[in-house]
Design a protein around this ligand. Structure first.
Ligand SMILES: Cc1cc2nc3c(=O)[nH]c(=O)nc-3n(C[C@H](O)[C@H](O)[C@H](O)COP(=O)(O)OP(=O)(O)OC[C@H]3O[C@@H](n4cnc5c(N)ncnc54)[C@H](O)[C@@H]3O)c2cc1C
Length: 410
């Protein structure tokens, strides 16, 4: 985003109250290294935010722009939920992150976070729901168990089998994804973070320290430290480290329209939801925000794709898979028309844990990626964690290169 565009966004959205900008702009410390953060998706933008808060001078660089339509953070919405099955570390991170998304909403006076509630649907006694309960209890997160009859009473939109129940989080909901990232980057720019719209070339696979990164046009950008938060592009930038370990399957999500005057799928009438009735997550959805329609995504896709060049045109076979799912879960809605669709891609690690680690051979370079279909919400905690790593704090083994292929134990 050019500085002028950023300023316009700030003005248009009434973000720039003097007080909020002052609080977002701590003074830069001469003793801390300048940091270049490559990638302005959820991981990179929040890393820039955390580094800036700690007093670093930061340059944020993105090839296509914050929240662009190729980026994994570029859709209209993402769910923020605290239930994470046995991966309890993310329950804590989601709790921490929710506060930051709420603060961004308050500072920008824009509803980046929409408190729709979040409902996990699964089989009674299922391991995912029980583990989620355990970790939410530990974190002091509010939740309610809803039995089949109670879900049918509150949300008759769902078609459920008698043995299916729900774990409801009243304080969770949905994030306006693209908008949130653009507001955050605009805020960063307004508070002194430099932003560049450039593509960075893959760093030479040497060892020691990196002196500079190089733009596609050949310009060098020097900093004391570098963070590459390039989502599905990371494997191309670091093929020696990540080739084969980071998969980028294509995904399609659809926005379906209700009948005229029918509010049943709008925020306030319907929660963000995800379906864990089968061992892996089957599908998830976001209520109708901003009159775009109710969003549904299913996790049935596995074709690797090219985030630069893939056509973002929805394909019949994915729509058929989504409609087949709707017949089961939303029988009365199964014929609803598609209003919009987004074609995206994941950046999955084998363990579905994030990769947040120092480059094994380059001392002043860190990688942040591997969001694995659940990273957006946790951008604020990821940013804080990466900034702590740069300060020398100890790494959690879960997010290291060494753990990329290890069995998940979060
Ligand atoms: C269909 C789908 C549904 C999802 N649902 C959810 C959800 O409900 N909740 C949730 O929390 N998460 C969800 N996720 C996951 C989440 O969206 C991602 O984990 C997260 O957005 C990843 O953010 P990122 O910053 O790592 O990557 P990205 O958002 O892809 O950002 C990377 C950025 O790097 C830039 N870049 C790349 N290469 C270069 C280069 N060489 N030079 C400069 N810039 C470069 C790109 O332009 C891009 O802007 C979902 C993902 C998908 C695909």
């Amino acid at each position: 985003m050019k500085r002028r565009e950023a300023t316009q966004l700030l003005l248009a959205s009434a973000v720039a109250s003097r007080a909020s900008l002052a609080s977002a702009a701590p003074s830069v410390s001469a003793s801390l290294p300048d940091v270049a953060v490559v990638g302005a998706g959820s991981f990179g933008a929040w890393t820039a935010h955390a580094l800036r808060r700690q007093g670093h001078r930061v340059t944020l660089i993105d090839a296509y722009g914050p929240g662009n339509s190729r980026a994994t953070s570029g859709d209209e919405s993402r769910i923020i939920r605290m239930s994470y099955g046995s991966k309890g570390v993310y329950t804590g991170w989601a709790k921490e992150s929710l506060v930051e998304w709420q603060r961004l909403s308050e500072r920008s006076r824009q509803p980046v976070f929409e408190n729709t509630g979040a409902l996990a649907i699964g089989a009674r006694g299922g391991e995912y729901l029980l583990s989620s309960e355990k970790f939410m209890r530990q974190e002091g997160i509010r939740f309610e168990w809803l039995d089949h009859a109670e879900i049918a009473r509150r949300y008759p939109q769902f078609g459920l089998a008698p043995e299916e129940i729900g774990l409801y989080e009243p304080d969770s909901g949905a994030l306006r994804a693209r908008r949130g990232i653009q507001l955050l980057v605009a805020e960063l720019q307004a508070s002194g973070t430099a932003y560049r719209n450039e593509r960075i070339r893959p760093p030479a696979p040497g060892a020691g320290r990196l002196d500079a990164i190089v733009t596609e046009s050949g310009e060098k950008i020097s900093a004391g430290a570098y963070v590459f938060a390039c989502g599905p592009w990371l494997a191309r930038l670091f093929p020696d480290l990540l080739g084969g370990a980071l998969r980028t399957p294509r995904a399609e999500v659809y926005y379906f329209g209700s009948a005229a005057g029918d509010p049943q799928f709008k925020a306030g009438h319907f929660p963000a939801w995800f379906d864990v009735a089968s061992p892996s997550m089957d599908a998830y959805g976001v209520p109708d925000l901003d009159e775009r329609g109710m969003k549904i995504g299913t996790d049935a896709y596995d074709e690797p794709t090219d985030p630069d060049a893939q056509e973002r045109t929805p394909t019949p076979k994915y729509l058929e898979a989504t409609r087949a799912y709707m017949k089961k879960r939303f029988p009365r809605f199964a014929g609803a028309p598609v209003l919009e669709a987004r074609v995206c891609q994941y950046e999955n690690t084998p363990t579905e844990n994030y990769l947040l680690d120092r480059h094994p051979r380059i001392d002043n370079l860190w990688l942040a990626g591997g969001g694995s279909g659940h990273g957006f919400k946790n951008g604020p905690a990821v940013g804080r964690y990466v900034a702590d790593l740069l300060r020398g704090e100890q790494a959690n083994p879960l997010f290291t290169f060494a753990a990329l292929h290890a069995p998940a134990k979060a």
